[in-house]
Design a protein around this ligand. Structure first.
Ligand code: NAP
Length: 306
């Protein structure tokens, strides 16, 4: 594939950034990749694994001469890194990010974007419960959506970033930042909170948790534990910054939960059956859209992340 950006700077070198680095290398999408992370150990891993050509001890140095700057730190750190890079950006460069929340990132980064630089916020809907520079792999974004919320960025800057994501195998769509946050509150943020809660409930039920929860862990609970193993810093920041939408969806969730609780108490089998029939149709829709596999156990055993 053709080089899309001569020089890319990755700010933050964890799961998402390392996956992007590997993907850009694999498909020849960037002339060179510079990187910055807080700790020396992370920077060394980036060089060792080769998803960065060079690493720097400050974010400012890393972005010098970069045509594309990718902010891949937790949402709560976006303002700080934007402040650090603002005076080092190349005129005509594009800044993007991969944060899981968009309105808060726009508010955090927007004020630090100098004239002549485009800011195109983004969010790849791809991830695992693992974090850090060793957890990334080139095919993470393949056939997964990446949502861009370009605001008033120049169309040519948006088109170029879209080409990069498509080069990494992603399906790209554009939407408004507030719409993004509501959609993600439904599809990702609230489900994570529910998973954290369910695992927390099991933990409180000491009677069963000792070894039995692990030993007899059935698919439902196992899936919750996988989600609840996700990075605490990232998820703390998601809930602190996508507060309104998450609380809105949680309110609706609680109402539905009470309705099902009542159906169970009243022995209303029809209500339960009809409800589960509707939800089963949603699962089928996700599989038909190619966003998951119908293989038993979610194809996990057969899955090959490479
Ligand atoms: P990660 O694996 O935990 O890596 C985070 C990186 O950010 C690390 O390299 C870390 O550096 C650096 N960092 C943390 N705090 C920093 C600070 N204050 N200043 C500078 N660097 C800092 O995280 P990730 O999963 O790649 O997530 C990165 C972003 O992608 C987040 O905004 C998240 O919302 C978003 N996202 C995540 C997923 C997912 O499933 N994980 C999916 C889509 C989007 P050190 O290693 O030196 O500590």
């Amino acid at each position: 594939m053709a080089v899309i950006y001569d020089r890319v700077a990755l700010i933050g070198l964890g799961l998402i950034a390392s996956s992007m680095g590997h993907a850009m290398k694999k498909w020849g999408l960037a002339g060179s990749v510079a990187g910055y992370a807080k700790t020396e150990a992370t920077r060394e891993v980036a060089l060792e694994l080769g998803f960065c050509d060079e690493v720097f001890v400050t974010a400012g140095e890393a972005v010098q001469g970069a045509d594309l700057v990718i902010l891949a730190v937790p949402v709560g750190a976006m303002a700080q890194v934007s402040k650090e890079i603002r005076h080092h950006l190349k005129p005509g460069a594009t800044i993007t990010d991969v944060g899981s929340v968009k309105q808060a990132v726009v508010q955090a980064v927007g004020p630090h974007v100098p004239d002549g630089v485009d800011f195109v916020p983004g969010h790849p809907l791809a991830g695992t419960e693992h974090s850090g520079p060793r957890s990334g792999f080139a095919t993470l974004f393949k056939n997964r959506f990446t949502l861009l919320t370009p605001g008033d960025a120049r169309p040519e800057a948006v088109a170029r970033l879209r080409a990069l994501w498509e080069g990494m195998g992603a399906l790209v769509e554009e939407m408004e930042a507030d719409h993004h946050d509501l959609v993600l509150a439904v599809t990702s943020h609230t489900p994570h909170l529910i998973a954290y809660t369910m695992v927390g409930v099991a933990d409180h039920l000491r009677r069963v948790t000792e070894s039995e929860v692990i030993k007899y862990s059935a698919a439902g609970f196992r899936d919750f534990t996988r989600i609840a193993a996700s990075d605490p810093t990232m998820w703390r920041d998601v809930f602190l910054t996508n507060k309104e939408a998450t609380l809105d969806v949680l309110g609706r969730f609680t109402e539905e939960l009470f309705a099902l609780q009542r159906a169970i108490r009243m022995g209303d089998g029809d209500e339960l059956f009809n409800y589960f029939t509707r939800t089963r149709a949603i699962r089928r829709g996700i599989i038909e859209a190619g966003q998951d596999t119908a293989a038993p156990d979610f194809g996990r055993v057969a899955a090959d992340p490479t």
